[in-house]
Design a protein around this ligand. Structure first.
Ligand code: P6P
Length: 326
């Protein structure tokens, strides 16, 4: 019987990041340690999501009768603790915290992390994939680390990524030189380096769409002779919808409309990281009128319209939007 080939030289996320660090002689290793803290957060959250899916953590009361914290609250605490204890973070913004978190002296580092600890969590009982989305800025030169360090355009981010919690945990990350995907191998607790035309938008908002938006999606459904209509796929969990767009191509959008003048998705910790990843994967991300990464946040929870996907699809959006005033 042929012997099963055992891989004895796996490329983990930690090893991959260390290989990248070695390419930059001046690198201090701080970013590597920060990414390790993010990895720890994702592994820990993945465990809790898996337990929730089998009812071990999702109940209102756990076996001792204590009030069971909601999964998004647990995930938020996991990331705040992992990032703070890394000693590499000065400023944090979380979708779960109204105010910015400034790390105390003694543990303060040189990075700012903006994150949505469990995006799509309202869908978890439906078995929909949820995920963590994160983006990283370096603290500005000479800054002690304040909210100003994160009220900057997304084009100043140095890292962006997400971890999708589904049947497995898939991490997709960029440090500014392409995009890599990893799958969490639960047997060794490491993320292992492992990977068509579709549009993805909530058509339930079509009643509120502006003319440009209406014209664009109509053009996908009723294309010129010789072109096939696009298929519609929408999950309602940004990480899952964007992950599918990365794998199969096409377009994901959460446009502005008459009901939500800036759309629904948050600029800092949803749109910027996904836009950074999209561009690093060779695609584009636009508000309809401008590059998402060039937008400057007015506050830490600002919202932003977004269309992201292949370059051709996004350029079609921009061509149509140009015909209509902002
Ligand atoms: P809608 C989930 O609540 C979320 O923040 C994103 O993950 C997702 O893309 C969007 O909202 C879904 O919003 O209005 O389509 O339900």
């Amino acid at each position: 019987m042929s012997e099963e080939k055992v891989t004895t030289d796996i490329i983990t996320l930690t090893r991959h990041v260390l290989d990248e660090q070695r390419k930059h002689k001046e690198a201090s290793g701080d970013l590597t340690l920060l990414l390790n803290a993010i990895q720890l957060g994702c592994k820990f959250v993945a465990t809790n999501v898996r337990k929730a899916r089998i009812g071990l953590a999702g109940g209102v009361h756990n076996i001792s009768g204590d009030e069971q914290k909601k999964l998004d609250v647990i995930s938020n605490e996991i990331f705040i603790n992992a990032l703070r204890s890394s000693g590499k973070v000065a400023v944090m913004v979380s979708e779960e915290n109204e105010d910015v978190i400034i790390v105390e002296e003694g543990l303060k580092g040189k990075y700012c992390v903006v994150f949505d600890p469990l995006d799509g969590s309202s869908n978890i009982d439906a078995g929909v994939n949820v995920g963590t989305i994160f983006g990283v800025y370096r603290v500005a030169e000479g800054s002690p680390g304040t909210v100003k360090d994160v009220l900057r355009p997304g084009n100043e981010m140095v890292v962006a990524g997400y971890c999708m919690y589904g049947s497995s945990a898939n991490m997709v990350i960029t440090v500014g030189n392409g995009v890599n995907g990893y799958t969490l191998d639960n047997s060794i607790g490491e993320f292992i380096l492992t990977h068509p035309n579709i549009y993805s938008v909530n058509e339930g908002n079509a009643k509120y769409w502006h003319e440009a938006c209406e014209e664009y999606f109509h053009s996908l459904k009723f294309p010129p002779e010789g072109k096939n209509p696009y298929s519609a796929r929408y999950i309602g969990s940004m990480v899952a919808d964007v992950h599918r767009t990365f794998l199969y191509g096409g377009m994901f959008a959460y446009p502005a409309d008459k009901k939500s003048k800036n759309g629904k998705l948050r600029l800092l910790y949803e749109c910027f990281p996904m836009a950074f990843l999209t561009e690093q994967a060779g695609g584009k991300a636009t508000t309809g009128y401008e590059r998402v990464l060039d937008v400057c946040p007015e506050d830490i929870h600002s919202r932003c319209p977004i269309f992201l996907g292949s370059k051709d699809d996004v350029e079609d959006v921009e061509r149509i939007y140009k015909k209509y005033s902002k």
